[in-house]
Design a protein around this ligand. Structure first.
Ligand SMILES: *Cc1c(COP(=O)(O)O)cnc(C)c1O
Length: 487
């Protein structure tokens, strides 16, 4: 199977590419992304077999259905990365939280964020492709805290790849900062940027637009690629854990043959939610995908009124920073799947020009047939954290937003995206707890209250050597990166 551009013009032919091309060069024509034209189907009989499989086998079976140009052995090798997760045979932990309420814990990887689920195998594949082609790639990311560590970790010492991360100085939790500045790997570089996440992101955009930067990269035989969820390689691995949730429910006997369940996703760039949508289309019996936002609730308006409206809006800082997003890139892939590439281009052009688009009535109905949306304020979120902490469950501020959309009358699966240790200050505030000292003391106290161990790798960070101490001005980045590339 090949992938197509999400945007096209009436007079243009559809551009198709192989998966390997889409992975290495993730932007397609007219500024669009790559997406599958059609998804393979998993029928009831196949599900009966699939629900007996290990996570890794399930993943291979699902990926094979796509018939991509990358062979099964490469995918198998990539999935071996899950051996570094807490439980080597099951990267995901699927648990019951309450009556009719399940939690799909996706944060048991090396950096304790669900980003590991897709980035770990994706990094392996990307490096293998680069080696096969004899090309060198530079991966850059700006992070509010979770993407950075996960990107660095997946590419540490990967051949033919260099990775740079920009984080806002004082804009991440201490654990997240340490995860980046202490990361080992000859091919990695991390810079703190003076300013907030917007500044870090702007710095990256400026860099990507710089002619000098591109020329110099080319002279040094480096190409640019991207490891964010604009890359279809990330999305592919995000279908699997939603399918796994369905397989678990089947196996546990919680769903009859024609019963459905709802998936609740704390959404930012919409990659996770898109994975659920693809899983549904492939045959997982999902009724509604519930999109939860924080106070940055643009998606709530989209799925309720059919309006994507960024006019006059600025980012609101919340206790769930990985969801502080105005432009959710992966919504584009949903528009493409529902309305085709010509309409998607039209809508995205409007968004670029006017910071706004409005779907017609039929289009809105089409979205509503698969999605529901709502948002959760910080105050509500803190109440959920506190409530569940008392019941003995440690739920991080992103996952906690999901609790807003639980309906007791049907089976709901919450997609849990981070370990609480990454957001200790917010956890403390939610639980009305204060300690003297720094984040390390806070972690210890919180761990006692939640009766949940702090992972060794997290404790070790406080004694690890800082390998990337630099905090720089935005305008110094270009030279700093080029200097490093040339070494
Ligand atoms: C990235 C992230 C999200 C948002 O996921 P998207 O796929 O971008 O919608 C939610 N929670 C956490 C903890 C994250 O790191």
């Amino acid at each position: 199977m090949r992938l197509v551009s999400t945007r096209t013009d009436k007079k243009d032919k559809v551009k198709r590419v192989n998966l390997s091309t889409a992975l290495l060069n993730p932007s397609s024509s007219y500024g669009g992304l790559y997406a599958p034209m059609k998804l393979p189907k998993i029928n009831a009989k196949m599900w009966q077999e699939f629900c007996e499989l290990s996570y890794e086998k399930l993943a291979i079976n699902i990926i094979s259905l796509f018939k991509f140009d990358i062979d099964e052995a490469s995918f198998k090798k990539a999935l071996k990365r899950y051996k570094n997760f807490d439980r080597p045979n099951t990267p995901v932990e699927f648990k019951k939280l309450d009556k009719n309420l399940y939690i799909n814990e996706l944060y048991h990887g090396p950096t304790r964020a669900f980003k590991d689920m897709a980035l770990q195998p994706f990094g392996e594949i990307l490096s293998a492709l680069a080696q096969k082609r004899g090309e060198k790639y530079l991966i850059m990311c700006a992070t509010s805290g979770d993407t950075g560590p996960a990107t660095l970790q997946t590419f540490a010492d990967a051949k033919n790849i260099k990775a740079v991360c920009l984080y806002p100085d004082k804009g991440t939790s201490e654990v997240q900062r340490l995860q980046m500045v202490c990361m080992q790997g000859e091919n990695l570089k991390v810079f703190g940027i003076k300013g907030d996440f917007d500044d870090a992101q702007r710095a990256l955009k400026t860099l990507l637009a710089s002619r000098n930067f591109k020329t110099q990269l080319a002279e040094n035989h480096f190409k640019l690629s991207a490891a964010n969820s604009v890359n279809f390689g990330r999305i592919l691995f995000q279908i699997i854990y939603h399918a796994y949730a369905y397989a678990r429910l089947l196996k546990l006997g919680k769903l009859g043959k024609n019963d459905t369940f709802d998936v609740i996703v704390p959404s930012g760039n919409f990659g996770n939610a898109l994975g659920a949508y693809y899983a549904k289309k492939m045959g997982a019996k999902i009724n509604k995908i519930k999109i939860v936002s924080n106070a940055n609730n643009i998606l709530t308006e989209l799925f309720t009124n059919g309006i994507y409206d960024m006019r006059g809006k600025t980012l609101i800082k919340t206790i769930s920073p990985a969801m502080d997003i105005l432009l959710s890139s992966n919504v584009e892939r949903l528009l493409f799947d529902k309305f085709g590439a010509i309409r998607t281009k039209e809508l995205m052009d409007e968004l670029n020009k006017n910071k706004f688009y409005k779907l017609n009535k039929d289009e809105l109905e089409a979205l509503k047939s698969d999605f529901k949306a709502d948002f959760c304020t910080d105050k509500e979120c803190e109440n959920y954290i506190k409530f569940w902490a008392k019941k003995g469950a440690a739920i991080d501020p992103h996952t906690a937003t999901c609790l807003k959309m639980v309906e007791q009358s049907r089976i709901n699966v919450i997609t849990s995206t981070a370990h609480w240790v990454k957001f200790t200050p917010s956890m403390m505030k939610a639980c009305d707890i204060k300690v003297k000292g720094g984040e390390k003391d806070a972690l210890k106290k919180m761990s006692e209250i939640l009766n949940d161990k702090v992972p060794n790798t997290i404790n070790a960070l406080f004694d690890a050597p800082v390998l990337h101490p630099e905090v720089i001005e935005q305008n110094a980045i270009e030279n700093k990166i080029l200097e490093w590339i040339k070494i």
